[in-house]
Design a protein around this ligand. Structure first.
Ligand code: SF4
Length: 454
């Protein structure tokens, strides 16, 4: 069994000589029910300030909170350690950590928006509890943030006054957004930020955070671009890029693209009047079904619609939507499918909430009913304690079946369903998935095990 990791105040990570690692699912701390994988390339160990590491005592097998530990000649108060994963991986467990009983904001700050994942020290080095859900190599961290990138950004800015490139330059260089970088390196999926406002107020929004929360990890585009400006960026990418060529509206540095549907529709029509090359895609909250339908009619051929749950109360508590609800999102999926778009569900996953038995059943029903083509399982990037406050007492209940069992159940609910983390270019879409005859997440009466493979 892998050993417990802990960190000192300066973020230096150590493995404990005796204690074994525990993991967390929702509020439960438990011995790992499945094997960890070697820490993937591009993953990073990260400390959880103010949270005490929780391990397993190898002698008795009980849980043990590590409140103090000797490091050389010093005794330190340790912090819990987790991992953040590269694209293509889905977390299966949270780091096991305990907040002190008298936690203060200064000593135990709310954690920034990362997808904290259980990690430990195995016989050959650090390990994490995660599933490799998309093996496509084109999002490899090694192929991004290259030494050539700053020069390409400078050259593009010098040759083109379009303000979208100024925003994308910050995204590419400061926030290391791979989609923004692709717009300069002219390959695969390029970004077109389109909106500065949103009709939701997600607790874990990457581009807008309330006072008292950690600062948003991206800064939103200040001025929403015109249809002509968006069309210019899209055309350059679609005509010249290599690889899995697509452009996408709806980035981490913006609000909700459907709030600018009229301008995006015009931009798509301008683009498709000039080229039929590549794919036009949108990442959206799916709040405005009719607006989405108009975009598909104009030439949007792929859409990814986000949700954290198929339960209206849990959806509303996290998204805090204004003027729409989960029923509209479900209708938007139907409209996009009917009009012929490739539709992916962007499922924000959280061990111990998304994989509760009742939630799994509702998600399987949603996937089978709406006939989505793909589910992108994306670990929700948020302080685990903040999300549990949102999820506690909401959504459908039941025991947590595990993220592996959730993935397996989704695949069983809709045979041929693509489960992965990246949007598919046109040539990769293959045959559409079929509805299962019986959208059952598991055999009746047989409890799914945590470790069931997908
Ligand atoms: S829908 Fe997107 S942009 Fe809007 S609040 Fe949620 S995460 Fe932020």
């Amino acid at each position: 069994m892998p050993r417990l990791l802990f960190a000192d105040d300066r973020g230096r990570v150590y493995d404990h000589p005796d204690l074994l690692a525990a993991v967390r699912s929702g509020d439960d701390l438990l011995p790992p029910p499945e094997r960890a994988v070697p820490l993937p390339e591009g993953a990073t160990l990260t400390m959880l300030p103010g949270r005490r590491p929780v391990g397993i005592d190898p002698a008795g097998g009980g849980l043990s909170v590590l409140r103090e530990v000797r490091v050389g000649r010093r005794t330190i108060v340790p912090h819990a350690v987790g991992a953040t994963l590269p694209p293509g991986w889905t977390r299966t467990f949270l780091p096991a950590a305990a907040r002190p009983p008298l936690a203060t904001v200064a000593a135990t700050p709310i954690l920034p928006q990362w997808a904290y994942t259980a990690a430990a020290f195995g016989p050959a080095g650090p390990v994490a509890w995660a599933l490799h859900t998309d093996r496509r190599g084109h999002w490899n961290p090694r192929a991004h943030s290259t030494p050539a990138l700053p020069g390409l950004v400078r050259a593009t800015l010098a040759a083109n006054g379009n303000p979208i490139y100024r925003q994308l330059a910050r995204c590419a260089l400061e926030w290391r957004c791979f989609t923004a970088q692709n717009t300069f390196t002219l390959r695969d999926e390029g970004a077109i930020p389109s909106s500065s406002g949103c009709n939701a107020a997600c607790i874990g929004c990457l581009s807008d955070q309330e006072e008292g929360m950690p600062p948003a990890s991206h800064e939103r585009i200040r001025r929403a671009p015109s249809a002509e400006e968006m069309a210019e960026v899209a055309l350059r990418h679609l005509e010249r890029a290599k690889g899995r060529v697509m452009v996408s509206f709806g980035q981490g540095c913006e609000g909700e693209p459907l709030t600018r549907a009229r301008e995006i529709e015009r931009a798509i029509r301008l683009v498709r009047a000039r080229t039929s090359r590549g794919s036009i895609h949108a990442n959206t909250n799916g709040s405005l079904p009719e607006a989405l339908g108009r975009l598909v009619d104009a030439g949007l051929d792929s859409v990814r619609i986000s949700t954290n749950s198929a339960s209206p109360d849990l959806y509303a508590a996290y998204y805090r939507p204004s003027g729409y609800g989960l029923a509209d999102v479900v209708r938007a999926i139907g409209v996009a499918k009917e009009r012929g778009a490739y539709v992916a569900l962007n499922l924000l996953t959280f061990p111990g909430a998304t994989d509760r038995e009742g939630e799994v059943e509702r998600l399987c029903d949603l996937v089978a009913r709406t006939r989505v083509d793909q589910v992108q399982t994306r670990p929700l990037a948020i302080d685990p304690d903040v999300y549990l406050e949102v999820a506690r007492g909401r959504g459908a209940g039941g025991p947590a079946l595990g993220i592996r069992a959730l993935v397996a159940a989704l695949k069983a609910a809709r045979p041929g369903l693509v489960v992965g983390n990246f949007s598919r270019a046109r040539a990769e879409r293959g045959r559409p998935a079929r509805a299962a005859r019986r959208p059952a997440p598991r055999e009746p009466g047989r409890p799914a095990r945590r470790g069931e493979a997908g």
